[in-house]
Ligand binder design. Structure first.
Ligand code: AMP
Ligand code: FES
Ligand code: ZN
Ligand code: ZN
Length: 319
């Protein structure tokens, strides 16, 4: 039986790319060290920072919250969790439940933003009325809520659970369509824009999806493992992920090399230069009205951005 490269106990995982095998304890330590190294190397979190971790209820979110929780004393930062309930039937109900259990288990404060309660429509209802794909509406709402929460709760940064597989496949997809400005956003740290956009960080940048899954499993962190029903298995995203997996099988560590290169060179890609303030809510927009205010104005006659900002600022005043 294969043995742990550190202690010699039976190994639970063989990481070919790192040429190492680990028992549960040493695998957990390995992942935590790797994330801590990325946080330091890319200067993601400083002492006394206030960090909001956006958690979906899935495995990457569990790993993100679990690791940041262990690092918060060592580095010395404050950690708050944010969950957005998208109102996607059973999927959202279970994801919210898992997020609540995760926060409880780690003893962390959890802020929940309920889309249906706040905006009057769930994501699928919004998509139907706007005649758009659920995933595109969902992306606009999630990005807006994370940014508004970050700004109003006074966060130094908002952390997401994007792992190396996510980042590699998004970057390749954007390259195929030559959306080069979008590749530039896939760096470990996207700096804040004064009063318009909060700083965003990706602590799982160099963590493989499989490692994130095993980490949350071995630590028995609560997570919900189903995919969103709107994710399509035949979609281009899945095919690109499969392709990268095949490459990795043949050339172990290529995914990590790829994302590390992106971290170094990502800022060379063209940027969308004209960041303006939305005339309704005052947050980041490209044409003077942000996408969130535009879609909610079409749905509800008045843009919902200002109301979302007020919701989070009230929470801040009460805490
Ligand atoms: P996705 O866009 O679904 O691939 O998720 C990327 C990251 O966004 C996750 O790792 C989370 O950090 C965050 N995220 C996704 N869905 C939610 C949600 N419902 N609530 C809070 N954060 C989320
Ligand atoms: Fe947003 Fe599936 S998680 S549509
Ligand atoms: Zn060991
Ligand atoms: Zn707006």
């Amino acid at each position: 039986m294969a043995k742990c490269s550190i202690c010699g106990k039976p190994a639970v995982v063989d990481l070919r790319y790192a040429r190492r095998r680990f028992c549960a304890e040493h695998f957990i330590e390995f992942v935590e060290r790797k994330i801590e190294r990325s946080i330091k190397e890319y200067k993601m979190i400083g002492k006394r920072d206030r960090v909001i971790a956006a958690i979906s209820g899935g495995k990457d979110s569990a790993t993100l919250a679990g690791v940041l929780d262990r690092l918060r004393d060592r580095i010395g930062f404050e950690l708050i969790l944010l969950h957005i309930d998208l109102g996607i039937s059973e999927y959202s109900r279970k994801s919210r439940e898992a997020s609540v259990r995760l926060a409880h288990r780690l003893g962390l404060e959890l802020v929940i933003f309920d889309v249906k309660e706040m905006l009057g429509y769930s994501i699928p209802e919004m998509a139907l009325r706007l005649r758009r794909r659920a995933c595109s509406v969902c992306g606009i709402v999630k990005r807006y809520v994370m940014n508004a929460a970050g700004i109003e709760l006074g966060a130094d940064s908002v952390a997401t659970g994007h792992n190396a597989d996510d980042i590699g496949s998004y970057a390749l997809k954007e390259f195929l369509f030559q959306n080069l400005e979008n590749i530039g956003k896939l760096v470990p740290v996207s700096e804040s824009i004064d009063n318009l956009a909060v700083r965003k960080i990706k602590p799982l940048y160099t963590v493989y999806e499989k490692e994130s899954f095993l980490y949350s499993l071995l630590r028995e962190l609560p997570y919900y493992h189903e995919e969103c029903p709107h994710a399509r298995l035949d979609s281009l995203d899945f095919t690109i992920k499969e392709f990268l997996n095949k490459l990795e099988e043949k050339f172990p560590s290529i995914k990590i090399q790829y994302v590390k290169m992106l971290a170094r060179k990502g800022s060379n890609y063209p940027k969308i230069v004209e960041a303006r303030s939305c005339r309704h809510c005052g947050l980041l927009s490209l044409g003077g009205e942000c996408s969130f205010c535009r879609i909610t104005r079409r749905l509800r006659k008045s843009p919902a951005g200002p109301m979302v900002r007020r919701y989070f600022s009230t929470l801040r005043n009460h805490s």
